[in-house]
Design a binder for this molecule. Structure first.
Ligand code: PMP
Length: 392
């Protein structure tokens, strides 16, 4: 029997790199490949106690259906935390989602008709590209430099593409490059979005994982027109397994996301939401985030110091001030997928860069995640990778 899938299914293809990445999961591989948070940062003992407490005290409601919008104490905590980062938002403008990944999928569902244009950074987060791809858009990539998306090129893209439905950005400690958009560009981005009447989707999973003292307000902070749809998550500051993220936007936009969620899964896991709210009630969340930051800061230092020692001078890379990633540029003509094959022979893995470019090309880049491995393994892995690169 021939099964007839929807046309959009053809646009979601497994990439060749995915096959290669399966090899990275072999035992003994030092992996800088996945986007996994540091498991040592998960508050396991606290969560053991909390699970029992929640079931004892609120068992019936914790195991019951709950509202689509989300658990009210959690929405209030999120709104207050966003207020602290300079965003004017109220709890009824927050929808709790099943990770920010669900917010990305809903963004595709709510905005993209086949053939519409999505403008994104070049490169961009591959999980967002895949979520949007299911709705069959055309991707227009805007080049970046160390200050993020280049604004002149963004304006050109907006002029050339009147069918643009939204601009997708990860402005702070971006996945995959680790870059952060400058404050000046954040303001210009908002200005252009207003001028061309195109919403911005600001995906900000890494903003709280900052290593320095410099305050970089989210793009949403500069938004007085209600044109920014903000996606947040507890996956990196707390843990990804609970699957708790959120959408924060103006009330009319949030209402549309609520409708999308009703059709998708009715609500986010009640138990997870109550457990997280209980953690926040009983422990100091700021202190917890500070601990997580320290882990990543030390690992960033371990990786970047080792890269300075071990990588040949012809190879460029970014120096992230937060988050989990650094982005490596090889000399033109060298394919990172070939380097991955060689580095896997010495049991070191990373993700080749081409899949982060929705329209392909740019094979001479790759992404390193310093978040998952211990400092010793980072040093050893970079030493081995340096050997492969010096032999080029
Ligand atoms: N956006 C970006 C930029 C990410 O890196 C990730 C996780 N890798 C997500 C969204 C999704 O995260 P989650 O669904 O766990 O909140």
């Amino acid at each position: 029997m021939e099964i007839k899938y929807a046309d959009r299914v053809d646009s979601i293809k497994p990439s060749a790199i995915r096959e290669l990445l399966k090899l990275t999961q072999q035992p003994g591989v030092i992996s800088f490949a996945g986007g996994l948070p540091a498991p040592e940062s998960f508050p396991i003992e606290e969560m053991k106690r909390i699970s029992v407490k929640v079931l004892e005290e609120q068992g019936r409601s914790a195991l019951q259906y709950s509202t689509t919008e989300g658990y009210q104490p959690l929405r209030e905590f999120i709104a207050k935390r966003m207020n602290k980062s300079g965003i004017d938002i109220k709890s009824d403008q927050i929808l709790i989602t099943n990770g920010s990944q669900q917010g990305l999928d809903f963004s595709g569902k709510l905005f993209i008709n086949e053939g519409d244009v999505v403008i994104c950074e070049s490169p961009s987060y591959v999980g967002a590209l895949n979520a949007f791809r299911a709705y069959m858009p055309k991707f227009v990539e805007v080049p970046m430099d160390d200050e993020g998306m280049k604004i002149d090129d963004l304006e050109k893209a907006l002029i050339e593409n009147p069918k643009t439905k939204f601009i997708y950005v990860v402005p702070t400690f971006q996945n995959p490059t680790g870059r952060t958009m400058s404050i000046e560009r954040r303001k210009q981005l908002i200005q252009l979005a207003c001028e061309y009447n195109v919403p911005i989707i600001e995906d900000n999973p890494y903003g709280e994982l900052k290593f320095g003292d410099e305050e970089i307000p989210p793009v949403k902070h500069f938004d007085t027109a209600g044109i920014v749809i903000y996606l947040g998550t507890f996956s990196k500051t707390f843990c990804p397994g609970l699957r708790i993220g959120w959408v924060a936007a103006s009330p009319d936009i949030v209402r549309k996301y609520v409708l999308a969620k009703q059709g998708a899964d009715l609500q986010t896991n009640t138990m997870s939401q109550i457990e997280l709210a209980k953690f926040i009630e009983l422990y100091d969340f700021d202190e917890h985030v500070e601990r997580v930051r320290n882990i990543y800061r030390n690992r960033r230092d371990a990786m970047l110091n080792a890269m300075k020692e071990e990588f040949p001078a012809s190879i460029k890379y970014t120096y992230p001030d937060g988050g989990m990633f650094t982005w490596v540029e090889l000399p033109k003509g060298i394919d990172a997928a070939d380097i991955l094959k060689k580095s896997l022979e010495c049991k070191v893995a990373f993700v080749p860069g081409s899949s982060f470019y929705p329209n392909g090309g740019n094979e001479n880049h790759f992404r390193l995640n310093y978040g998952t491995m211990s400092e010793d393994l980072i040093a050893e892995g970079i030493k081995r990778l340096g050997k492969v690169l010096r032999a080029l």
